[in-house]
Design a protein around this ligand. Sequence first.
Ligand SMILES: [Zn+2]
Ligand SMILES: [Zn+2]
Ligand SMILES: [Zn+2]
Length: 613
Amino acid sequence: MRLILAVSVTVILILATFAYFSITSQSDSLISEVERHANQLSETIRHSTRFDMLSNRRDHIHNIINRIGEEKSIRNIRVLNKEGEIIYSTEEKEIGDMVDKNAESCYACHAKNEPLQKLSIKERTRIFRVDPDSSRVLGIINPIYNEKSCWEAECHAHPEDKIVLGVLDISVSLYEVDHLTQNSTMNVILFAIIATLILATIVRILVKNLIQKPVRNLVEATNYVAVGNFNYRIASKRKDELGRLANSFDNMTKKISEMRMQLFQSDKMASIGKLAAGVAHEINNPLTGVLTYSSFLLNRVKDNPELKADLEVIVRETKRSREIVKGLLDFSRQSTPKRGKVEINSVIENALSIVVNQLKINHIELKKDYDSKIPEISGDSNQIQQVILNLIVNAIDAVGSKGGIISIKTSIIKLSPYGITQIRKALCPKGHDLIDEEHKINGRPSIKLKAKSGNNEGFIHLDPIYGNHNHHYGIQFNRNETVKLFCPECGISLLDETEFGPNCEAPIYKLMVPEQGTLKGCTKYGCNWQKWDFVDESGDHNFVEIIISDTGCGIDKNDMDKIFDPFFSTKGQKGTGLGLSVIWGIVDNHRGKISVDSEVGKGTTFKIHLPEV
Ligand SMILES: [Zn+2]
Ligand SMILES: [Zn+2]
Ligand SMILES: [Zn+2]
């Protein structure tokens, strides 16, 4: 709206200026035409009356003046003598009147109190109104000079020293000129109004299509994001600034949703872990009291079978509560995991023995496919059993009472260290630690580097998994500028100017990993080239793969991102949702990975990879 107003005002101003000058020049040329005409007329009168003047035939002069004065445009013709007396006039009642020398035509000549001299046409002309309502009048005076023939004439003989004898004054009506000027002024105003309206309409349409629509789309998208829908995309196909803005908006929401997931999985879990540890610690003491006294009572009521049975329930349930608390403490990592040799297949069997009744009740068929050659892995067998047990219980819940199949498969597979190995230590050439424990990526401490791209400066947090590229960029990149990386502590450059990445011509960065060589990577934005010779040369690593799948209800696509979040639950009132986030934490502690694949109505498959060593 403001733009349209600005455009309209500008157009009106330009048109008004243009119209003013064009009308003024048109009016000027019309007036000078009239002026020329009037001057010619006065010359004609002067010449044609000359002879009559010489012979002093006043009635002849009067006739000539009257005849010429009959022309429509001529308002008045009069002749004044030197003293200002009107000698002849087309208006007879004027004859004999005196003219005020300071007014009208006399002013130009008498202003300097000097005798009348030869004057240019401009100086002899004046434009005036007889009364305010009438049209303008152009007056032109023409001095009648004393000539030789005049002072020699027999009739009246003017003295020789007089230069000017009198003045011929013609006034012409400018009605015609004024009328034309007024008409063209009206035309210009009309044209200006129409032009402004047309322009305003065009601007409005252009603004609506080129700016308002995409801006409205952006606003709409912002509203979606504001209420938490990070999957909304504008998907603009435009290539102009607004299109680019829409695209970077899409990129931003994509990044936000990724980061939100990472937040849920790492930061939130850390805080939940702390909370759980505190609660667990507080509950552990009263539970010990309950267990001690109920066991004590149980010994004393050996003769009373009814009481004995009840007390046995109390003792059993209290012990179970203590196990749960212990599990929470384990997860919160405040209770150090008991590292030892873990035999995966027997851990699974132990977990299954706990749920064997539930499987029967729900008519669930269990399919087992164990690889007997699976080596022992290093870890906490209690924690791993908790993981397996949780996943099986989830699978039973998903299948429900209608019956179905749960399959458990173990095998040993080889995986490239690329995309798996975590960089746990990284140093600058001067030995400063680059690991940032505060800023985590997927729950793991990141590598913090200072970055410069063009005039932009900020920090980059590199994904600590070798071959993974969920880097966090705290800096805007200019695609044409090369990125420079520095140690945040001492500012030393981390670029190796002598070496370039194999895919692009961009320089590479080098990080020292103590006792494990150097890690190299390409600095070009978007290029994922990384090289870590020490790890690559160690060859593929053995992983134990555990696959637990069910033919249950499956997980909704919208829930897939959230299932590892603390407190998230699809089971309604049944669970607290702590299960899967606990599982994620345990697997991560074992340097393993867990992934999920699910289809609503068909079932869910969890895949766990635990490293052999
Ligand atoms: Zn004379
Ligand atoms: Zn340094
Ligand atoms: Zn590259």
